[in-house]
Unconditional design. Structure first.
Lengths: 113, 1005
C-alpha cells in the first residue's frame, strides 16, 4: 500500500486516502481530431516497467488531483507535483535522473548522468 | 503412549486444571497448555486424516508450521473449523472435533483411497476429470464437491458472536518476533529513542532459546529474556504485544499484525481479534526458523515428529510423545532432543545420524548419557499405521536394506532448519542459497525497498540464517541499531551481550532417506502431510515435464495446504531439483504470500459488518418513514421508502394505491436524496456546456432544463434537471446515487483539464430536504400553505421561483417526473420535517398520499421517461434512447461528443429505445431478450433486443415495458418473442413508450 505526499495539503497520504487516475499528461482530443488521435487519447496508455507519471486524487483528504512520478517495478516515488501542468517540472525530472539515469517516458528523457 | 510427565513443563501451571472435550470425550489439561499439548498429554496422538488418502495424521510440530493438527473448535455461534491446535491456547470448556473423516476418526471410509494411491498420482484431478465432458455435471462435479474442502463450514444461519476491530499504528521500527533476536533488536533500537513496536505471535517471550538453553552474559538465557522484557517495558518509546503475529509486509512499510486477544478466554469483554494496520519506517524480521522433516518411508505415521517439536512438548509442557523415541537427523541440533528426553527420564534407543562422520560436541554429550549413536544410518521405513510401533534401520548410502528393527513409539526427525523468510519475501526481498547450511536465507543486498528506494526490511537472528546464540545476538543488535539509524536515531556504543558459543558439526543435506530409496519407499515418503504429496509425486511431475517450481506446486498441490508448505517447500524443491538435474537455487522457491498463517475473516472485516458495513444515509424524513412502516430499500448509500404498505396490504397493492392517489388527487415524494450541485463562477456557463450535452449557458435565470451528462467515452452517465439560479450560478440535480460521482467528474475536468477556468463546484445535496408535491391538487395544497405565488401564470412548467411557503424558505421547481402537475420544493434540511408535516396536514382534505420509489418508477415508465441504470448500463449513448433533442448541435464540443462520432456509435444497427406491450397484458420478465432467427457464430440463439424496464401499470391495468431493439423505432407494430426462464414465450408489440398523457396536458395545467 503506497504512501504519496500530497503537494496541496502537505500530508503523507496512505493509499486508502487516494484514488488513482491513470496516466498523467494526456492531451485531450475532442471534435475535429482523427479517429486514431481520439483512440490513442482514450485507450493507448503507457504501461512501463519503471519510470511512470500518474494522476492521483487525494479523494479522502483535500480532494485535489496531483501528479506522481514513480517506478512501477520498485514502487519508488521520485516526487509528486501539481496537476496543473502539461509536463513534469524540471525538479522532478532531475530527481528521476538522479535515481534512474537515462530514463525515458513517451517523448521525455533524462540525461544519462 | 503419549502422556503427561510427573515433572517439568515451564509454561504450564499444574495448579489450574482446565477441562475440555475432544470428539465428545472429556479430558483435562493445565493452564498454559496449547490444544496440542493438552491432547498429547491425553494420549491423543492421532488428530485427523489427510486430505486425499484420508491417512491417519498426528502432531508433527509445536508451532505455526504444524500441518496436521487442525480441529473444529467451539460450538454454535462460536464454532470455527481448521483451528491449529499447536498455536491455540487451551481454555476451560474448550470443545474440539477432529476433521476430514467419515464416519469417525478411527474408522474412515475415505481411507480406502490409500489402496488406490497408485491410481491417484500427481495431477490426478487434471487427468481423470478431463473426459468425457458430459460426465462433468452429474459424475465428476458431485464427486469433487464431496471430497473438496477441509473441515466443516460454520452453519450458514448462525452469526459470529464475537466482535473484531482494526487498530492503526505508526512506528519508527517494527520488530516482528519476540525471541532472543527480536528482543535484542528491539532493545538496540529502543535505546536510541526511536519509537519501537515489538510483536510476538505466541503468548511468551524468548522463542526457542529457553528450550534450547545456553548462557548470555554469564546468566541462563531464561534470565536474559526476562531482563530484556523488563528493560523494554521500562522504555516509554517501546510498545510490546504478545499473541500478535506479523501477518504480512506490504509496500512502503505497511504491515498487518494479527492479534488474538481473547482466543484463550472466549467470551471475555472486548474484541476477539484485532487487525493491526501498521505503518513502519523500518521493519526488523526476527521470525526464527522452522525445522525440516526428513523424507523416509512412513514419515507420516502418527508419532513421527520434528525433533524440535518433541523437545518443546517435553520442556515447555511436560508432555512426552512416547516412552521410547528414536532420533534421526542430519545435524547436531536433534541431539538436544535426545538429551532433553533422557533428562526427562525417557528412553532413546538409538540416534540415527545420516552423516557418515557423525556429530560434534552434542553427539559426545549424548554418548556420555549412554545413548547409542549410529553414524551413516537412516530409517528404511516406519512400522505402524495409526501409531509408530518401530523403525527399520538402514544405511543412508544404500537402497534401504534393513539392518535392524527397533521397536519404539515415537520418532524425532530433523532435516536441518529453514529460516522463516516469509515476511522478508512478501514485499520483494530476495533470497540466496546457503550451500553449507542447505537453506535459503535473506540476501541483504536485495532487500525490499520503500517509497524512497531505500531498504526498509532487515532480517536478523535465525530468520537471517544465524543459529548460534552468540551470532544471533550480534546480528540482532546490529539490525536494531541499523533500523533505528535509518529513521534518524543515533545508536550508542553499547555492544551486543556476549553469549557462550558452542561448536556444532556441519549439517549434511539429506533430501531422501536412504539416498537410493526405491519407488516403494518413495511412494511412502511424504513431503506435504496435509495434501498427501509424496517424493514420488514430485518426481512424476518432473518426468511429465514440469520444470517450474510454481507449476509443480499447482500440479502436485505441494505446499498448497493451509500450512502453505512451511514444512514441505524446501524438501519438495530439493527433490524437484534433483529430478531435473539442476542445483537448488536454479529451481528457486515458490512465492511467499501473506498472510504468514491464516487470519480470521472477522479480523479482516473488523467493525465493517451489519449496519456498519458501509455508511447509511438518511433523509430528514427518515424517522417518519419508519414510523409509517415504510418498506425501505437501499439506493446507493441512501435508505429510501419503496412503498408505504398499510395493514393487510401487499407491496404491489400499496404501489398501485399510491399511484392512483397521486394521479387522482395528491401524492407526496421525499426526493431529498436527489443530488444537488452548485456550479458557480465567471466561466460556469462554458463549463456547463462542456459537462452537459445540452446548451446550458443559454438557459435563462428562473428556468429549468432537463440535461444529459456523458463520459468522455460518449456513454450516458447521469441525467437531471438543471436550474439557472443567477447569472453565474447553476444548480444541477443528479440521480440519487450519482451526486458524488458527478461531483468528482466535474472536479476532475476543472482541476486537470481546464484549471484556468474560474468555476467552483460544491455538493449541497444534504443541505436541502426536497419534496415532490404531485397530482391534480398539488397547486391547491401549496396555495393553502400560503406564500409564494405558484399559479400557472406566475410559475409556468419548467420554471423555478423562491420565497416562503407555510413560513419556510423554499425554492420551488415546477418540474415533473410523473406526468402530473408537479412541484419540487427544496427547503433547508433543518426545516425538512416541519415542512413535510405541514404538507401532510394541509393535504389531508385531498387524501394526501406519500409514495415510494416504486410508484415513482412506474409513473415515470408510464410517461416513457428513462432511468439511469435501467435504460443505461454504461454502454448506452443518448442517441440510443431517442434523446437527440437533448443534444445540442450548435456546440463545438462537450464531454462525449467526439466519442459519439466514432464508427460504432453511429452504426444504424445499434439497438434503440421503444415501448413494449405484451399481447396478453402480462408483465415482461426484467432483462428478457427478444430472439430472432437462427444462431450466431457461438451457436447461441440470435437476439435482437432486450427489456430495460418492465412494470405492471395500475393506470393502464396491464404490463408495460421499455426496451432496446434492433431498428426498433422503424418497426413499430411488429410483434417480437421474449422467452421466459421456464421456456415459455411471451409476445410483445413494439409501441411508442409514452403511454400516459402523450401531449403533456396534465403537467402543463
Amino acid at each position: 500500500m503506497l504512501i504519496l505526499h500530497c503537494p496541496y495539503c502537505g500530508v503523507m497520504a496512505d493509499e486508502t486516502e487516494l484514488h488513482g487516475g491513470g496516466e498523467a499528461h494526456l492531451t485531450r482530443h475532442g471534435p475535429g481530431s482523427s479517429d486514431e488521435e481520439f483512440h490513442d487519447y482514450l485507450f493507448a496508455k503507457e504501461n512501463p516497467r519503471g519510470v511512470h507519471f500518474e494522476r492521483w486524487r487525494h479523494v479522502n483528504g483535500c480532494g485535489k488531483w496531483f501528479h506522481a512520478a514513480r517506478d512501477t517495478a520498485t514502487l519508488e516515488v521520485f516526487g509528486t507535483y501539481s496537476a496543473q501542468t502539461t509536463e513534469p517540472p524540471q525538479a522532478i525530472r532531475d530527481a528521476i535522473t538522479a535515481r534512474r539515469p537515462g530514463w525515458t517516458w513517451r517523448h521525455l528523457a533524462g540525461s544519462a548522468k | 503412549m503419549s502422556t503427561r510427565l510427573a515433572t517439568g513443563g515451564r509454561l504450564i501451571d499444574r495448579s489450574r486444571l482446565q477441562s475440555f472435550t475432544f470428539n465428545g470425550a472429556r479430558m483435562t489439561g493445565f493452564a498454559g497448555d496449547t490444544l496440542a499439548s493438552a491432547l498429547l498429554a491425553n494420549d491423543r496422538m492421532m488428530l485427523g486424516r489427510s486430505f486425499k488418502y484420508h491417512r491417519p495424521r498426528g502432531l508433527v510440530a509445536s508451532g505455526a508450521e504444524e500441518p496436521n493438527a487442525l480441529v473444529g473448535l467451539g460450538h454454535g455461534a462460536r464454532f470455527e473449523p481448521n483451528q491449529r491446535a499447536t498455536t491455540t491456547e487451551l481454555f476451560d470448556g474448550a470443545q474440539m472435533i477432529s476433521q476430514n473423516h467419515w464416519p469417525s476418526l478411527e474408522y474412515d471410509i475415505g481411507a480406502v483411497n490409500q489402496a488406490f494411491a497408485r491410481f491417484l498420482p500427481a495431477g490426478f484431478y487434471y487427468k481423470m476429470f478431463l473426459f468425457p465432458r458430459v460426465f462433468w455435471k452429474h459424475v465428476y462435479e458431485p464427486f469433487v464437491r464431496q471430497s473438496a474442502g477441509l473441515g466443516k463450514a460454520p452453519d450458514a444461519e448462525t452469526r459470529d458472536a464475537d466482535t473484531y476491530e482494526h487498530f492503526y499504528a505508526y512506528t519508527d521500527v517494527l520488530v516482528i518476533g519476540g525471541g532472543v533476536a527480536g528482543l535484542q533488536a528491539a532493545l538496540a533500537a529502543g535505546r536510541t529513542g526511536a519509537r519501537v513496536l515489538l510483536i510476538e505471535q505466541t503468548p511468551h517471550w524468548g522463542g526457542r532459546a529457553p528450550v534450547d538453553g545456553g548462557e548470555v552474559a554469564d546468566q541462563p538465557v531464561d534470565d536474559f529474556v526476562n531482563q530484556c522484557v523488563a528493560d523494554l517495558e521500562a522504555m516509554p518509546n517501546v510498545t510490546l504485544r504478545t499473541r500478535c503475529m506479523g501477518a504480512g509486509v506490504y509496500d512502503h512499510g505497511y504491515v498487518l499484525g494479527y492479534e488474538r486477544i481473547s482466543d484463550h478466554a472466549p467470551g471475555m469483554d472486548g474484541p476477539r481479534h484485532r487487525l493491526w494496520r501498521i505503518r513502519a519506517r523500518q521493519v526488523v524480521t526476527a521470525t526464527g526458523a522452522i525445522e525440516r522433516p526428513l523424507s523416509f518411508a512412513g514419515n507420516d505415521v502418527p508419532g513421527v515428529m520434528l525433533a524440535s517439536g518433541l523437545r518443546d512438548y517435553v520442556v515447555n509442557w511436560g508432555v512426552s510423545a512416547g516412552d521410547r523415541t528414536v532420533v534421526v537427523t542430519n545435524n547436531d541440533d536433534a541431539y538436544r532432543t535426545a538429551i532433553a528426553l533422557r533428562h526427562a527420564g525417557l528412553e532413546v534407543p538409538v540416534i540415527l545420524d545420516a552423516r557418515a562422520a557423525g556429530g560434534g560436541a552434542l553427539a559426545d554429550a549424548a554418548r556420555e548419557l549412554g545413548i547409542r549413536v549410529e553414524n551413516g544410518k537412516g530409517i528404511a521405513r516406519v512400522t505402524g499405521s495409526k501409531r509408530v510401533t518401530g523403525v527399520a534401520i538402514c544405511a543412508q548410502a544404500g537402497e534401504g536394506a534393513v539392518l535392524e528393527e527397533v521397536p519404539c513409539d515415537a520418532v524425532a526427525m530433523s532435516g536441518g532448519w529453514s529460516p522463516v523468510v516469509h515476511l522478508w519475501s512478501h514485499c520483494g526481498g530476495k533470497l540466496t542459497w546457503d550451500e553449507g547450511s542447505a537453506m535459503f536465507r535473506p540476501d541483504a543486498d536485495r532487500a525490499p525497498t520503500g517509497h524512497d528506494g531505500a531498504p526498509f526490511v532487515t532480517a536478523c537472528g535465525a530468520a537471517n540464517g544465524e543459529f548460534d546464540l552468540a551470532a544471533i545476538l550480534k546480528d540482532a543488535h546490529a539490525a536494531g541499531q541499523a533500523a533505528a539509524r535509518a529513521t534518524g536515531h543515533k545508536p550508542g556504543r553499547k555492544a551486543a551481550p556476549k553469549a557462550q558459543a558452542g561448536e556444532e558439526a556441519p549439517l549434511e543435506p539429506v533430501w531422501l532417506m536412504p539416498q537410493g530409496a526405491g519407488i516403494k519407499l518413495r511412494m511412502k515418503a511424504w513431503l506435504d502431510y496435509q495434501n498427501d504429496v509424496k517424493v514420488s509425486d514430485v518426481q512424476l511431475a518432473a518426468r511429465e515435464g514440469y520444470e517450474s517450481v510454481e507449476h509443480t506446486k499447482r500440479y502436485t498441490t505441494l505446499g498448497m495446504a493451509t500450512d502453505q508448505g512451511k514444512l514441505s517447500n524446501i524438501n519438495g524443491l530439493a527433490i524437484l531439483s534433483d529430478a531435473l538435474g539442476q542445483p537448488i537455487p536454479q529451481t528457486g522457491t515458490t512465492t511467499f504470500r501473506p498472510p504468514y498463517t491464516p487470519i480470521s475473516f472477522g479480523a479482516i472485516a473488523g467493525e465493517a459488518r451489519g449496519p456498519l458495513f458501509q455508511p447509511i444515509r438518511r433523509t430528514p424524513i427518515h424517522d417518519w418513514h419508519e414510523a409509517q412502516g415504510a418498506y425501505m430499500e437501499p439506493v446507493g448509500q441512501w435508505q429510501r421508502p419503496y412503498c408505504f404498505p398499510q395493514p393487510g396490504e401487499s407491496h404491489d397493492d400499496a404501489v398501485a394505491r399510491e399511484i392512483r392517489a397521486t394521479r387522482d388527487s395528491l401524492g407526496l415524494l421525499d426526493a431529498s436524496t436527489l443530488g444537488k450541485l452548485i456550479v458557480k463562477g465567471p466561466d460556469a456557463g462554458r463549463f456547463m456546456d462542456m459537462m452537459y450535452t445540452n446548451m446550458m449557458s443559454t438557459l435563462a435565470v428562473g428556468k429549468c432544463r432537463y440535461g444529459l451528462m456523458c463520459s468522455e467515452n460518449g456513454f450516458l452517465m447521469d441525467d437531471g434537471v438543471v436550474a439557472r439560479l443567477s447569472d453565474d450560478t447553476w444548480l444541477c440535480h443528479t440521480t440519487t446515487g450519482g451526486a458524488e460521482r458527478v461531483h468528482a467528474h466535474m472536479e476532475e475536468f476543472l482541476q486537470t483539464e481546464w484549471w484556468d477556468w474560474q468555476v467552483y463546484v460544491v455538493n449541497v445535496t444534504e443541505q436541502y430536504a426536497q419534496f415532490g408535491v404531485v397530482g391534480p391538487n398539488a397547486r391547491k395544497v401549496l396555495e393553502k400553505l400560503g406564500g409564494v405565488d405558484v399559479s400557472k401564470e406566475a410559475l409556468a412548467f419548467m420554471q423555478w421561483t423562491e420565497g416562503t411557503l407555510a413560513g419556510v424558505d423554499s425554492r420551488i421547481f415546477r418540474i415533473s417526473f410523473s406526468g402530473e402537475l408537479s412541484y419540487e420544493i427544496a427547503v433547508p434540511a433543518s426545516m425538512g420535517r416541519a415542512f413535510w408535516d405541514r404538507l401532510l396536514t394541509a393535504g389531508k382534505e385531498y387524501g394526501v398520499t406519500p409514495y415510494g420509489t416504486e410508484a415513482l418508477h412506474v409513473m415515470r415508465a408510464e410517461k416513457g421517461f428513462i432511468m439511469i441504470g435501467d435504460e443505461t448500463d454504461g454502454t448506452v449513448i443518448p442517441q440510443d434512447l431517442g434523446l437527440n433533442w437533448a443534444i445540442s448541435k450548435k456546440k463545438d464540443d462537450y464531454i462525449g461528443k467526439r466519442a459519439q462520432a466514432r464508427s460504432h456509435m453511429v452504426d444504424p444497427d445499434r439497438w434503440k429505445l421503444v415501448g413494449l406491450e405484451t399481447l396478453d397484458g402480462s408483465v415482461l420478465p426484467d432483462g428478457a431478450y427478444a430472439v430472432g432467427e437462427g444462431v450466431n457464430a457461438n451457436g447461441q440463439r440470435v437476439v435482437q433486443g432486450r427489456v430495460t424496464s418492465t412494470y405492471h401499470s395500475p393506470t393502464l391495468d396491464r404490463g408495460i415495458a421499455m426496451g432496446l431493439v434492433l431498428h426498433g423505432p422503424d418497426r413499430m407494430g411488429e410483434v417480437l418473442e421474449f422467452p421466459r426462464l421456464d421456456g415459455s414465450v411471451v409476445q410483445a408489440r413494439l409501441v411508442d413508450q409514452v403511454w400516459y398523457d402523450k401531449d403533456g396536458d396534465k403537467q402543463n395545467v
